[in-house]
Design a protein around this ligand. Structure first.
Ligand code: PMP
Length: 383
């Protein structure tokens, strides 16, 4: 069946039928009461997801646009920036700050490792930074960083903490206010269950003081321009109105499920995926469950096999799409996303297809062993 696809990449992710229905409704104008009502409802619910009282701007960007919005509004040439890097997206954040002329102190904790709080503490004690950059969920490796721990340290200083929550927010708990996050950004096409095209940017009071006087050029990315319209529940420029309708529907689903349940679901999926991978005799890329991502599981390709060859068989024969390794990990790992509109059977399909693909390639695998391990987690037998 040509159309039957199992998309298991970390964005864009599968979109629930209720969201598809919402974005299929007739287009509305954005300078209308109808739009303002919807925008207010969206922001109030996003405040629940972000755990914040701060302003949250829904912008028509991809995730990178949201990251650049955070940088353009807080970083000026010559500013000292601490970049906490655990993979490809941490590197991107650091690079972006450098493009804006910042003096970037980049600390690379290594791929498949998380941010080491001791090093952050040392760095903050011996330097004065204007901005600290961190990634909540490093999609390239499947590591979730301790934003609460980082925020507790940065909150004691004058520095602003900017967090890339692009793949995590909506699937992994974050408490923006309690954890001292100053700018939190995310995008629509990952744990938020929407097609690509929207970004969400929340800004603390501490950040606003910097934003208002920041020297870097900004126009489309200007937060003060967004704020002027936000106070009327509107946007500075034409927003992706169809996607706003989808976001409204996605947030309705999240509120109905309850955020605690959303987070617990993702943790369970990760636990099952990790148990299955181990049972199959494969190696997890992130060895430690303590900082392994709830929304994506990275797996090392078996010795002598290119991960991309496994992915080709998965796609061609079973219609299953996993993500490959990025940057230095290309061909060496593959990544199974279980974020957003994902449930138990998605993991069963992913693991079952992986067993068959490995077998097809000639890698010794006992069919059903990984599936059984996942099933046992779901039945509560693997506690
Ligand atoms: N940050 C993270 C953690 C991501 O996972 C991604 C997308 N994979 C981005 C930033 C970039 O987002 P986009 O591709 O929407 O610009």
């Amino acid at each position: 069946m040509q159309d039957k696809q199992y998309l298991m990449i970390p964005g864009p992710t599968q979109v629930p039928p209720a969201v598809v229905a919402a974005i299929s409704r007739p287009i509305i104008g954005h300078r209308t009461e109808e739009f303002a009502d919807m925008n207010r409802r969206i922001v109030e619910r996003l405040q629940v997801v972000f755990q914040t009282q701060n302003d949250i701007f829904v912008l028509t960007h991809s995730g990178t646009g949201a990251m650049e919005t955070a940088i353009a509004n807080t970083v000026s040439p010559g500013d000292k920036v601490l970049a906490l890097v655990t993979g490809n997206f941490g590197e991107r954040f650091a690079k972006m700050a450098r493009e804006y002329g910042a003096d970037v102190d980049e600390v690379n904790f290594g791929w498949a490792r998380c941010v080491d709080l001791k090093i952050v503490e040392e760095k903050l004690a011996s330097n004065s930074y204007k901005v600290v950059l961190a990634t909540q969920n490093e999609t390239s490796t499947g590591v979730t960083n301790d934003i609460a721990g980082i925020g507790a340290l940065v909150g004691k200083t004058t520095a602003l903490l900017l967090v890339d929550g692009v793949s995590g927010v909506g699937g992994i708990e974050i408490k923006m206010d309690r954890w001292n996050v100053d700018i939190l950004v995310t995008a629509s096409q990952k744990s938020m269950m929407l097609p690509p095209g929207l970004a969400m940017v929340a800004v603390s009071q501490k950040a606003w003081k910097v934003v208002e006087s920041n020297k870097s050029p900004r126009f489309y990315l200007s937060l003060p321009a967004a704020k002027k319209n936000y106070d009327k529940w509107n946007t500075a420029y034409t927003p992706g109105v169809t996607l706003f309708a989808g976001l409204d529907a996605a947030l309705e689903m999240m509120m109905t499920e309850g955020m605690e349940n959303v987070y617990a679901r993702h943790k369970l999926l990760a636990k099952a995926a990790r148990a299955a991978v181990k049972a199959m005799g494969l190696e997890l890329f992130v060895p430690d469950d303590a900082y392994a991502s709830p929304v994506i599981t990275a797996v090392k390709a078996p010795e002598g096999i290119n991960g991309d060859d496994i992915r080709k068989v998965l796609k061609k024969e079973f219609g299953v799409t996993f993500a490959g390794g990025q940057g230095v990990m290309k061909g060496k790992i593959f990544r199974i996303a279980h974020m957003g509109f994902s449930d138990k059977m998605d993991v069963i399909i992913a693991i079952s297809a992986l067993e068959m693909a490995l077998s097809r390639i000639g890698h010794p695998v006992e069919l059903g062993k990984g599936v059984k391990a996942a099933q046992q987690v779901f039945l509560g037998g693997n506690e």
